[in-house]
Design a binder for this molecule. Structure first.
Ligand SMILES: [Zn+2]
Length: 265
């Protein structure tokens, strides 16, 4: 493969595939297009694009091969994506049911602002529960599945116990539902997050540059190596507790200390 094509794939994969997917989903939100089936279909195209790009430009050639984990990851992915779809399409309607007289969520605000608000609440929920899950033994028993992977590739971002996935998002969802967040906004964010997580755990040699500051990784030039670093052989030290973004890690200056102690083998 030519150097220029490698360079293009490295730097354009994320903005084109994730950026394109997210832009479509946000556009659909603004246009009032129902979440199902357009947003899940776009997320699926994003996932498959990452899978295809991994074959062309892998971060590690060896991670393309089955480690007797493909079926396990496929089942996890299908189950957890189904849970996400159920939450986005059905459960999120709980927020719509909140009477206008007691609704706290600023539904009169611009949609982009509502989307950012939903993203912040859910991201904080995932971050906090992730942190707790590494310290509370019974939660760790559920979460350790996620850290048991021996390689990273497009499918194992969803290697999670579905109950633990629900526990991580639960606090944020309860707050959003109680405040009356619109289901369309919540659902759109789940679609965007799905496309993002496919990259984050991928075996694709790609970079995001400064975007890593807010998309998990202040100093890394790529998102995925951040996830790779989290799986240090012999130890489960975390570099990042953020699941969707690195904002909360940056605030805690957590990663800087962690990087010194855990390098990719
Ligand atoms: Zn973890």
């Amino acid at each position: 493969m030519s150097t220029s094509l490698q360079f293009a794939l490295r730097w354009l994969s994320y903005p084109l595939v994730f950026g394109g997917s997210a832009a479509f989903m946000v556009r659909a939100l603004y246009a009032g297009v129902p979440y199902w089936p357009s947003t899940p279909l776009v997320a699926a195209v994003g996932l498959l694009a990452v899978a295809a790009l991994e074959r062309i430009q892998p971060f590690r050639q060896g991670w393309l091969e089955d480690h007797q984990d493909t079926l396990t990851d496929l089942v996890h992915m299908l189950v957890n994506l189904s849970v996400i779809q159920f939450t986005a399409e059905n459960l999120a309607r709980l927020g719509d049911a909140v009477p206008a007289s007691v609704r706290v969520f600023p539904v009169e605000s611009p949609l982009w602002l509502q989307l950012l608000l939903v993203a912040a609440v859910l991201d904080l929920s995932l971050y906090a529960m992730h942190r707790i899950s590494h310290h509370v033994p019974w939660l760790w028993r559920f979460h350790m599945i996620h850290h048991s992977a021996e390689r990273l590739y497009w499918m194992n971002g969803e290697r999670r116990h579905p109950l633990h996935a629900a526990l991580m998002a639960g606090p944020g969802l309860v707050v959003l539902f109680a405040f009356g967040a619109p289901s369309a906004v919540v659902a759109t964010w789940f679609g965007i997050l799905t496309a993002h997580l496919a990259f984050q755990h991928s075996n694709l040699d790609y970079r995001v540059g400064w975007v890593a500051v807010c998309a998990r990784g202040r100093q890394d030039s790529s998102l995925a190596p951040q996830a790779r670093l989290r799986r240090c052989p012999g130890e489960l030290r975390r570099i990042s507790d953020g699941v969707g973004s690195a904002i909360w890690d940056v605030l805690r200056q957590y990663r800087k200390a962690g990087r010194r102690q855990c390098r990719l083998a």
